[in-house]
Design a protein. Structure first.
Ligand code: B16
Ligand code: MG
Length: 218
């Protein structure tokens, strides 16, 4: 098996749960547009880019808008979302994540962020994890959304790792497909029934260690 040189992490759903803030901000927009938007609907937006999320939301409400109007709505939603994330603290890092990242650092494994979010750098600063990352690729740096592997391939390139030397950590199916399309191994974070295409699925980082990662992949 290939050595592990880099671990590439998705942000929302893997390192923090920002989906709850996205939900409040999207719901407020739907309320203003006059239709209901539920937590179940919100599941469809996880891992999806901002503009694609808006398209899905408008499809749910059966509402048509011009490109210019969509830009305004997306900006409104983002303004509200940013208010929430600007209040985030390190307490919001999901259980076990910091310890796992520190374990990787000790072993000299590169730590990379591969997120669809254009707000990813701000979130990493808020939760004080930015210094642990060797490279960050966010929604501002990619032209193709997951399941396209662009975000992960760029991340691997930034730390000079071959795709076969990278392990991606993802909570969304599209992200797992992106990792596979990029020739990378992948750990799914969440439900094994949903994320079955991953090489390994764990519920979270609570009891997960670098030793367990190596036992599975090395
Ligand atoms: P923004 P991830 C994704 O983050 C979220 O899961 C998704 O719900 C959101 O629409 C997307 O980022 C874009 O976020 O509006 O901040 O650019 O899971 O790829 O870390
Ligand atoms: Mg995610």
């Amino acid at each position: 098996m290939n050595a592990v040189k880099a671990c590439i992490f998705d942000l929302d759903g893997v390192i923090v749960d920002t989906a709850k803030y996205h939900f409040i901000a999207w719901k407020q927009l739907a309320d203003e547009l006059g239709f209901s938007f539920t937590e179940r609907h919100n599941e469809l937006l996880k891992g999806v880019s901002r503009m694609r999320s808006l398209d899905i939301l408008l499809e749910i409400g059966k509402i048509e808008k011009s490109e210019a109007e969509k830009q305004v709505l997306a900006a409104q939603k983002n303004e509200r979302y940013v208010v929430f994330i600007s209040r985030m603290t390190p307490d919001e890092i999901l259980p076990g994540v910091r310890q796992f990242l520190e374990g990787l650092k000790e072993k000299g494994i590169k730590i990379v962020l591969g997120s669809a979010s254009k707000n990813a750098p701000m979130i990493l600063e808020q939760i004080a994890l930015a210094p642990l990352f060797d490279a960050v690729v966010d929604g501002n740096q990619v032209t193709r959304a997951k399941p396209d592997p662009e975000v992960f391939l760029k991340g691997a390139e930034k730390v000079k790792a071959n795709p076969s030397e990278c392990i991606v950590f993802e909570d969304a199916m599209a992200g797992i497909e992106a990792a596979k399309a990029g020739g990378m191994r992948c750990v799914g974070i969440g439900d094994a029934e949903i994320l079955g295409k991953a090489d390994l699925v764990i519920p979270g980082f609570m009891d997960f260690t670098v030793e367990k990662l190596f036992a599975h992949f090395c």
